[in-house]
Design a protein around this ligand. Sequence first.
Ligand code: 4NP
Length: 156
Amino acid sequence: MPKRVLFVCLGNICRSPTAHGVFQQRVDGAGLSDAVLVDSAGTAGWHCGRAPDPRSQAFAAAHGYDLSALRARQVAAEDFRQFDYILAMDRANLSDLQALRPVDSRAELALFLDYADGACDEVPDPYYGGDDGFVTVLRLVEAAADGLLTAIRRTL
Ligand code: 4NP
C-alpha cells in the first residue's frame, strides 16, 4: 500500500500547494512516485478550483518547482480515512483539523515543521504580506520536505 500524504493550510493556494509541489519533486527524485502519494487541501473552501497564487507559483518556479497544475480544494473528514499523514502548516490549521478528525481516524495529524530541524514550528501565512513571506515559505517547506521523506522512507 502506498503511503499517502496530505498538506493542509488555510486557502490551499500558497503554503500547502508549495509543500505539495516541493515534496512531490523529492518523492519523484527518490524514485518513490508509486510508493508515496501526495495531495494538498485548505481548511477553508474560498479558493476551491483555483490554481496556486501567482506569487507562490513564481517563487516556486524560480527554484525549479512547477505548481501550475495544482487546484485548490477543501479538506473533508473523509480525508482522514484516505491519508496516512495529514500535515498542517500552522497551529490554527492543526486545531481546525483536530475538530474535523473522526474519532476512528488513524492518520498521523501533525505540524509539517515537526519534520524540520529548525527553530520554527509554523509556516507563516504569506497571503497578505510581501515577497519575503513567500521566500520564507519555500525555505521552511524545503527543509521539512527532506525530513519528511527521510521519515517516510523508514516506514516503506
Ligand atoms: P494559504 O494562504 O493558507 O497559505 O493558502 C492564504 C490564502 C488565502 C487567504 C488566506 C491565506 N485568504 O484569506 O483568502
